[in-house]
Design a protein. Structure first.
Length: 552
């Protein structure tokens, strides 16, 4: 079968489905046009997948910008090298003045056959450069051609720097790029375990689903068929070159999907075109970058969002200034927040905040305590991240994240997330919820100091001696007699805004740490009123109140 017949048959087959070889469309790539404009040819492989469609889009856009004809040819499969041979024959029909250079990604047959020699011969005949894109060429005739592609080792290392834990399941294609990325990842994360797969990986992921909380997918678009089960199991997923629905997850501030390590297809293609126009002698590897909900508004991410028709969250003008002040969480997932689930965040600048919270971890029955803890603040788009460390445990990193959908002078509506990291490992449960915060000018921090007596809803007479050093003494009256001071290992409290939280541990053996959570309704004329929205084990709520009088 001669080459012309091969090309004609390929064109008929391709045009009958989704046109990939753009010579099928004469208007798009005229080989006999009368415009006289110079042009650039691009011959690549496997044009149906998004990676090459991104490259095609960029190539056409740049050629249009520079008033160049775009001669684009992509094969219908990874190893359809014969279609690249046909593309070279089509290019030979062009007038010598039509072609300024060729951007080429070789496709190989089962026995290593390729169109490399024909591409090199055409370039030599016309005296034009060849730029190798994405996959290095094997032919000696193209050995000196500039190469633009991804440094897979650097990409694997870059991914390892983004994943915060060491124990992670890494899934990679068993081709050279996939393994290079995975091995480079493991060099920095030695506790990672690599699973090589040829195509899909449902069974492989299912087999280790209970063993790992964090999963990395290299060559992500071909491996993410397991995503539904990972999402249902509450795992954290990092992937390489997988977009679409995952961009939706990032835009929504998902705790499940952590980000995309992106090959810079748009930047790489632009560099290749520029290399043709400048007759460049040297190529370069183009670095990857990481797309997360932190950088969706960056210029480098915009082409990916545009390609998939996604819209980044709008940057909130003056967000740093609007945040200044004290904010109390009042709603969780559209319902009033129980008092034990309240928190207070005080932004004192664009880079500094203080955070108070005393909440239980519902899964592990642990109690979290942050009393006026100082945090560093980072604002990116509509996302606000607070990073801090407990004074007694510097190896722990605490992250409080707010993905803000709206902010007014009095309200914030956001997705809130808390993460605890110990020695590079996720520690405990990630709290992820929708929340509403309200701004308050109230701060009872100094007003609570003193001795207060009152009666609980159960009729118990109690006394609180609240000190200015963050400790208190608690007593209760025995009948009509004397006050009995409780002997505890510690008694601590914080007052922030109108939230008052106390914790203590009884000296008796076996007694665990205890908590109380209160909202201060008012302090007026020596009378302090407390209330708390509490929750029963069945989820129903009830309100408890206490009124106390200040005594000398």
């Amino acid at each position: 079968m001669n080459r012309f017949f091969q090309w004609a048959m390929a064109a008929i087959l391709i045009c009958g489905t989704a046109a990939v070889f753009t010579s099928c469309t004469k208007v798009d790539n005229p080989v006999d046009g009368e415009t006289g404009a110079s042009g650039i040819a691009m011959i690549v492989k496997n044009g149906q997948i998004d990676y090459w469609r991104q490259i095609e889009k960029t190539f056409r856009d740049i050629c249009k910008e520079k008033d160049l004809e775009a001669y684009y040819y992509a094969t219908s499969a990874e190893n359809a090298y014969e279609e690249q041979l046909a593309a070279v024959e089509e290019l030979r029909k062009l007038d010598n003045k039509k072609l300024k250079g060729i951007i080429f990604t070789p496709s190989y047959g089962q026995n290593g056959e390729s169109a490399e020699a024909e591409v090199a011969a055409l370039a030599q005949e016309r005296g034009i450069p060849v730029i190798i894109l994405d996959s290095p060429a094997k032919a000696a005739a193209l050995a000196s051609s500039p190469y633009f592609g991804t440094d897979n080792t650097a990409a694997g290392r870059a991914m390892a720097e983004k994943v915060m834990v060491d124990k992670v399941a890494v899934f990679a294609m068993t081709n050279s790029p996939g393994m290079e990325r995975a091995e480079a990842f493991k060099a920095l994360k030695p506790n990672a375990v690599i699973f090589g797969v040829a195509d899909k990986c449902n069974d492989e992921v299912q087999a280790v689903l209970d063993e790992y909380d964090n999963f990395v997918f290299f060559n992500g678009s071909m491996l993410v068929d397991a995503i539904p089960m990972l999402k249902a199991a509450g795992k954290r997923v990092y992937t390489f070159d997988a977009y679409g629905e995952f961009l939706d997850e990032l835009i929504a501030g998902s705790a499940f999907f952590k980000g995309v390590m992106a090959q810079n297809t748009f930047g790489m293609t632009r560099k290749a075109v520029e290399a043709i126009l400048t007759n460049a002698r040297q190529g370069e590897t183009v670095p990857t970058f990481y797309i997360t909900d932190d950088n969706l508004n960056d210029d480098s991410v915009k082409p990916f969002l545009d390609f998939y028709g996604k819209q980044a969250p709008a940057v909130i003008d003056g967000l740093a200034e609007k945040l200044l002040g004290k904010w109390v969480e009042v709603e969780v997932d559209g319902q009033p927040a129980p008092t034990f689930d309240n928190s207070v965040t005080t932004f004192v600048s664009a880079t500094k905040a203080f955070y108070s919270s005393s909440r239980p971890d519902y899964t592990e029955k642990q109690l979290k305590w942050s009393a006026h803890r100082e945090y560093d603040v980072k604002i990116s788009g509509n996302k606000v991240t607070l990073t801090g460390h407990p004074e007694s445990e510097p190896d722990i990193t605490l992250l409080e994240e707010f993905v803000i959908s709206s902010i007014t002078a009095t309200d914030i509506v956001c997705k809130y997330r808390h993460t605890t990291i110990r020695d590079g490992q996720m520690h405990g449960t990630v709290i992820d919820k929708n929340a509403r915060l309200v701004k308050t000018d109230i701060d009872y921090r100094q007003d609570v100091i003193g001795t207060w007596e009152g009666k609980t809803s159960e009729g118990l007479n109690v006394r609180w001696e609240i000190k200015d050093d963050g400790t208190y003494v608690y007593s209760r009256k025995v009948g009509d007699g004397d006050w009995e001071t409780m002997v505890d290992l510690f008694n601590e409290y914080f007052a922030d805004g109108y939230l008052f939280c106390a914790r203590w541990k009884n000296a008796s053996d076996g007694m665990g740490e205890q908590r109380q959570w209160w909202e201060i309704e008012s302090i007026q004329n020596g009378v302090m009123k407390w209330k708390a929205l509490n929750q029963d084990s069945d989820g129903s709520t009830y309100t408890e109140t206490v009124e106390m009088t200040k005594v000398e």
